[in-house]
Write a protein that binds this ligand. Structure first.
Ligand SMILES: Cc1ncc(COP(=O)(O)O)c(C=O)c1O
Length: 369
């Protein structure tokens, strides 16, 4: 795969292809019909990934992923709604924070960071509290890499007649989600994750029915997805300055996504990356935090070596000098670090990263991992 060093083995921004980066060498006018066609084509291709053209609108939004999550909650949860937030990591915590900041009532259900939320939990919680209108969850909780059982939870939420908001930031494009089988009001993701675009825009797949009822819900002008969608549907243009280069890069990244074989091929490559990483690190004596059954092939959390000579910052700098950017852990109780499996990287890149880790641990004389 043609990239320039270093390889970013993180949850994003990720390593992108030369082709994707080259797509940003053109300046686009936001009024230009060709740019509007580019936006429409991106939205159409995104909807196709979830088989959502009949049921959902794709509403793109300027900003990082959190902007789109906040916009989805602010637009789709009415001001008198109540959100049940399912939490097993930092991004779940952020959903609850967003509800609080936006003044939406919310209750939280928290499991340990190595414990997926179950459909049975959600069934019980919804039976206990009829005032809940929406359930919000993280599909792959990137703070550990844990996968929550989205299809089962979505069925339970629908059976209770409640609405579902999914943060699929780090899973969309690599793990299958079919809008014809998984009922949801909103699914949120972004340009710079598994689609291997560059960061700078999020997008929300919003149920057509839910979005039609959402006028006036939003507390914010810029974050109002109802208004963003209505304006785009009327004019073909973004409200406010669009991230033109990001859209162009995402369009090029989507062409490559489809050339590679779409979601199934991307899933296979990331799963292979993840396996190469797990095997290589296990051979060095480094243990992963999650059991295989709940590990998504997105990012892996490893226990830090127990040797007192190990310091993450030193380890990080040395591995970086060999061409690989790793990521700190995000757990409060356990000392960990993370390595991502996503981006324009294959098994060979993952094995080279493991070799670099092995060399660095030898240099640091960190032995008893
Ligand atoms: C599951 C999840 N939600 C939300 C975000 C936040 O995205 P951003 O940092 O782009 O705002 C991330 C980022 O990695 C994520 O993994």
């Amino acid at each position: 795969m043609s990239t320039i060093a270093p390889l970013l083995l993180t949850p994003g921004p990720l390593t992108t292809s030369v082709r994707t980066r080259q797509a940003m060498m053109v300046d686009w006018g936001s009024w230009d019909a060709r740019f509007n066609q580019l936006t429409a084509s991106v939205c159409e291709q995104l909807l196709a990934i979830i088989n959502g053209a009949a049921s959902h609108h794709c509403v793109p939004l300027q900003g990082s992923g959190t902007f789109a999550v906040e916009a989805a909650i602010g637009t789709l949860v009415p001001r008198d709604g109540k959100v049940l937030v399912l939490i097993n990591g930092a991004y779940g915590q952020r959903l609850a924070t967003i509800c609080k900041v936006l003044g939406r009532a919310c209750s939280t259900f928290e499991t340990a960071e190595d414990q997926p939320t179950t459909a049975a939990d959600v069934d019980r919680l919804l039976a206990q509290d009829p005032s809940v209108s929406h359930v919000a969850l993280i599909h792959c909780e990137t703070s550990t890499g844990i996968l929550n059982p989205l299809p089962e939870i979505a069925q339970v939420v629908a059976r209770h007649g409640k609405r579902l908001i999914i943060d699929a930031m780090s899973s969309f494009g690599a793990l299958p989600i079919d809008a014809r089988q998984v009922p949801f009001d909103a699914l949120v993701a972004a340009s710079g994750k598994c689609l291997e675009g560059v960061p700078g825009m999020g997008f929300v797949f919003a149920s057509k029915a839910a979005l039609a009822q959402a006028e006036g819900n939003s507390h914010s002008l810029a974050m109002d997805l109802h208004d963003q969608h209505a304006y785009m549907a009327r004019t073909g243009q973004w409200r406010f300055t669009p991230p033109t280069h990001v859209v162009a890069a995402l369009h090029e990244a989507l062409l490559q996504y489809n050339e590679e074989g779409g979601l199934s091929a991307r899933h296979v490559r990331y799963a292979d990356n993840c396996q190469a990483l797990l095997d290589g690190m296990a051979a060095l004596g480094l243990r992963s935090f999650l059991p295989a059954a709940i590990q998504a092939p997105i990012i892996v959390t490893f226990h830090a070596p127990r040797d007192p000579r190990y310091r993450f910052t030193d380890f990080y700098e040395r591995v970086k000098a060999k061409g690989f950017i790793l990521y700190p852990g995000k757990l409060t109780q356990v000392d960990t670090f993370r390595i991502g499996c996503i981006g324009c990287v294959d098994r060979g890149g993952m094995q080279a990263a493991v070799d670099a880790v092995a060399q660095v641990l030898r240099e640091m004389e960190v032995l008893d991992s």
